[in-house]
Design a protein around this ligand. Structure first.
Ligand SMILES: Nc1nc2c(c(=O)[nH]1)N[C@H]1C(S)=C(S)[C@@H](COP(=O)(O)O)O[C@H]1N2
Ligand SMILES: [Mo]
Length: 454
């Protein structure tokens, strides 16, 4: 499988035994079930005959069951009651608007695969449909209507109000498909099979790694402070950042240092969040080049400051007011090839709150911890960031080091990450049919190094 050149790209594709199926980024089976009559040949071409036969069979059964199906007025259910129906054994229920549907019989017929529709089981369809445009076709809603079994109780229309004493009460809403490793602070990853559904990870599914509550930032009064050498400083509004510097776009993968930690812990217990294989995601980022902003602040591209660093601080802070912070070498920050961004766009939209609204750093090929979100300040310094996360976390040690012998001061901070790969489908322990098997996964390498073979 050949992968695209350039800084830090995530290869989302398929690979099959015997090498006759090349990786095909973005390849997926998302197709609609088609109209009710006369669509069989089209469906056969799209889905393979087995599915069409099953689809016809389902329609016959639906017709037979039609007399027994609930008719208006429909029974009322709470969201909690709907949430109890998440598996075929308990029946699979979903909601759309205020309607409740029993889609158990449709699960196996879902053109996107049974595993994908089950991600929505027990909850609302809207957040999933929003990800895959194919669902906005009118006949999809028409098909769904056949499965209606009830309606949500009127008092269930709005989500429950937040708790104002909770520092995390102001966190944004999140996509229900995310696998949550920690709710407060919020840390979550996309399910593996959705990660390789598309080369660019949809913003709603992009893994989130927060150490603190998400700050509420007013874009109109936002200022970014940029400190150059010799006390010179710039204060930039969001509009100035957009206007004064050319917009540069980079497709880059971010990966948390903890990605696949749950697998490491099976070898030997490791401290930290138990990430599965999804603490990695790819986006098209847009923003100002850090290089351009530093040059405007008076930083000179010379060898005198060759060992210096650029320190970043976020607007998120702990109870003592200490913000999240990290640094990268100035050499990387000034390198045109490294393409370090002060990003205000993610996949063509403004940054979502979880990913650093309104401005974040994106350092392609480097551990996610240095891509500081909700960026408050940028400062050039002869020292690395004094932040806890630069000094006493995100460092690598050899296997003989344990928590009694560890010396954080003696170890270098992690910057570029090594090669990484994982299989997203099938999942460990899955039963698979005999014969040819499509295997999906990703391969990626830090520091702009290419993956040459998988
Ligand atoms: N301000 C701030 N920036 C931050 C963090 C944070 O908690 N606060 N987490 C870091 C870590 S450890 C990672 S892996 C990435 C994750 O970025 P994402 O949540 O957009 O995926 O953000 C980094 N930037
Ligand atoms: Mo991270």
């Amino acid at each position: 499988m050949r992968l695209p050149r350039g800084c830090s790209r995530l290869a989302a594709g398929s690979a099959a035994p015997e090498g006759h199926r090349e990786g095909n980024p973005g390849e997926h089976r998302e197709a609609t079930p088609g109209g009710h009559r006369g669509a069989a040949p089209v469906l056969a071409a799209l889905l393979g005959l087995g599915v069409v036969v099953a689809y016809g069979e389902r329609r016959r059964r639906t017709a037979q069951a039609a007399q027994a199906a609930p008719t208006p007025p429909f029974p009322r259910y709470t969201r909690a009651e709907v949430a109890q129906h998440r598996t075929p054994a308990d029946r699979v229920w979903v909601t759309y608007g205020t309607d409740v549907f029993d889609v158990t019989e449709f699960v196996e017929l879902h053109p996107g695969g049974p595993d994908k529709i089950l991600l929505a089981a027990g909850g609302a369809l809207e957040p999933f449909w929003a990800l895959y445009a194919v669902h906005s076709e009118p006949h999809v809603l028409e098909l769904l209507r056949e499965y209606k079994v009830g309606e949500l109780s009127p008092e269930e229309a709005a989500p429950p109000p937040g708790d104002s004493a909770d520092p995390f009460a102001g966190d944004p809403p999140r996509h229900p498909a995310l696998r949550v490793n920690s709710a407060k602070p919020f840390n979550a990853e996309p399910p593996p099979e959705l990660l390789t559904q598309s080369f660019l990870t949809p913003n709603e599914l992009f893994f989130t790694r927060n150490h603190l509550p998400v700050p509420a930032v007013d874009a109109a009064s936002y200022r970014l402070r940029v400190e150059g050498p010799g006390g010179r400083a710039l204060s930039l509004s969001l509009a100035e950042l957009r206007r004064r510097f050319p917009k540069h776009e980079v497709t880059a993968t971010l990966q948390c240092a903890g990605n696949r930690r749950s697998e490491m812990s099976r070898v030997r217990p490791v401290k930290g969040l138990a990430w599965d294989i999804g603490a990695i995601s790819t986006a098209r980022w847009g923003g100002a080049r850090l290089r351009d902003v530093l040059l405007a602040a008076g930083v000179r591209d010379s060898t005198e400051n060759g060992e210096w660093h650029v320190c970043f601080e976020g607007l998120d802070a702990d109870a003592s007011g200490t913000p999240y912070g990290a640094s990268i070498p100035l050499k990387r920050a000034l390198s045109a090839d490294a393409e370090v961004l002060l990003a205000y766009e993610m996949n063509g939209r403004e940054l979502p709150r979880d990913h650093g609204f309104p401005v974040r750093v994106v350092v392609p090929g480097v551990v996610g911890a240095r891509s500081v979100k909700w960026l408050r300040s940028v400062a050039v310094s002869p020292e690395e960031s004094p932040s806890h996360w630069q000094q006493n976390d995100y460092k690598g040690f050899c296997p003989s080091v344990d928590w009694d012998s560890v010396d954080f001061g003696a170890a270098p901070a992690i910057q570029e990450l090594p090669v990484q790969s994982a299989i997203t489908e099938p999942r460990p322990g899955a039963a698979v049919p005999a014969g040819e098997l499509t295997v999906k996964g990703y391969a990626w390498s830090g520091g702009g190094r290419e993956v040459v073979r998988v």
